[in-house]
Design a protein around this ligand. Structure first.
Ligand SMILES: Cc1cc2nc3c(=O)[nH]c(=O)nc-3n(C[C@H](O)[C@H](O)[C@H](O)COP(=O)(O)OP(=O)(O)OC[C@H]3O[C@@H](n4cnc5c(N)ncnc54)[C@H](O)[C@@H]3O)c2cc1C
Length: 374
């Protein structure tokens, strides 16, 4: 048996950041393994050889955060290409800003109606604030109620039913509670302080995080096999918690995506990086990658996302399905973890939780601060 002080399973953002913290701050050796043939987990990107356009293999990733500590930490390992994400949706044949904002009103309604709605919104809410469909629904004003219904039906319902594979009539209206309406002309998708894409890509950034003399990386190694030969003192597992326990209580469900990439003999196909299709086609959104790093090519590459169920061996775990039943199942697994004093479950798969990249890093930075790591 090979003796290992710290074993990390998974070289995604979680595993990489933790490896760096242990190596740098504890000054201890770390072995990090991944069953894929590349580092980076789901933020892995690569250059398309023909066009030199950077592609995100597991779906489009735009970094945004207001957590300065996360920004500062990652900035040690990458230079940034500052990038404000613009997302539009095709609604009634028009390209409409998402989140829905004051300009969106004028895209979909006749000028008179749009003006009336804008006036009413500005009367009820301060400029540069956000409200939600739910709030507008509860308004006493019939016009604002109408606006809430319009956005619910045209922007939210179709997209959500495709995303989660649920018939529109089975989507509880309360789920739309948090869908924002922006009382502003700000057409950025995020309003975080820091918004950018790593200049040389996410893979390079993760490679730099892992580049430390105390960190050893082994790819194409599945924990299932490796554990037979590794005697570890501490195990940090960023893979799926149910898989670790051989699904003894059942499988934690995930939503997956069939991502289809298309190359076109055209300089640009879309007016912005992401286009949503709430009411047309089977895909939810299309993304034109060259926008992210402002890459120049006579050709362009888009991806189209077709949501589907997760099936092991067939596709990837993407989105945990948040409901009470699944949370209970996850907690049953978590109780098993308490049996071990030296095993920690982390990351989106270990925690069975959707984390944006910044929350992923934040989770690990906070974890590393605790005294738990022996
Ligand atoms: C479609 C999509 C789009 C996204 N877009 C954004 C975005 O625009 N902005 C944003 O902030 N966030 C985005 N995210 C979230 C982002 O992908 C996550 O925050 C991040 O990837 C989480 O990293 P992780 O290390 O926890 O998990 P992962 O990246 O999944 O890493 C886990 C690693 O563990 C390995 N592994 C698992 N089991 C084993 C095993 N048994 N043995 C060996 N290795 C194993 C896997 O191969 C994998 O490499 C998006 C997520 C999805 C699904």
């Amino acid at each position: 048996m090979e003796k290992i002080k710290n074993l990390i399973v998974g070289s995604g953002l979680s595993g990489a950041v933790l490896a760096r913290k242990i190596a740098e701050e504890k000054k201890e050796k770390v072995l990090i393994i991944d069953r894929r043939n590349h580092i980076g987990g789901n933020v892995y990107d690569y250059k398309d050889q023909e066009t030199n356009i950077t592609i995100h293999k597991y779906g489009p990733h735009v970094f945004h955060t207001s957590i300065k500590e996360v920004w500062d930490f990652l900035s040690r390992f990458t230079k940034w290409h500052y990038f404000f994400y613009k997302v539009r949706a095709y609604i009634d044949g028009k390209e409409v800003n998402i989140p829905f904002n004051l300009d969106s009103l004028y895209k979909v309604f006749p000028k008179k109606i749009a003006f009336n709605l804008e006036e009413k919104l500005l009367k009820c809410y301060e400029f540069d604030t956000k409200t939600t469909i739910l709030e507008l629904r509860n308004s006493k004003d019939e016009d604002l109620k109408f606006l809430a219904e319009y956005i619910y039906k045209k922007v939210f319902l179709g997209y959500t039913s495709k995303q989660w594979g649920v018939d529109p009539e089975h989507i509880d209206a309360s789920v739309s509670a948090r869908v924002p309406i922006y009382i502003s002309k700000d057409d950025r998708y995020f309003q975080d302080t820091y918004q950018a894409i790593p200049k040389e890509g996410y893979t390079k950034m993760v490679e730099n995080i892992l580049n430390h003399p105390l960190i050893e990386l082994r790819l194409n190694v599945d924990f299932k096999e490796a554990k037979k030969e590794l005697d570890y003192e501490n195990l940090f597992y960023t893979g799926a918690i149910d898989e670790f326990f051989d699904y003894k209580f059942g499988k934690l469900p995930y939503r997956s995506l069939d991502i289809k990439f298309e190359k076109y003999d055209k300089e640009y196909m879309q007016s912005c990086a992401q286009m949503n299709y709430p009411n047309n086609f089977d895909f939810t959104r299309s993304v034109e990658y060259k926008y992210y790093l402002d890459e120049k090519s006579e050709k362009t590459i888009l991806s189209y996302e077709y949501p589907c169920e997760f099936e092991e061996g067939k596709n990837e775990r993407y989105y945990p399905i948040p409901n009470e039943e699944n949370q209970k199942l996850y907690e049953r697994y978590l109780q098993e973890v308490n049996e071990f004093k030296n095993i920690y479950f982390l990351g989106r798969l270990g925690d069975y939780k959707y984390y944006d990249m910044d929350k992923t890093v934040d989770r690990i930075l906070k974890f590393a601060k605790t005294k738990e790591i022996k």
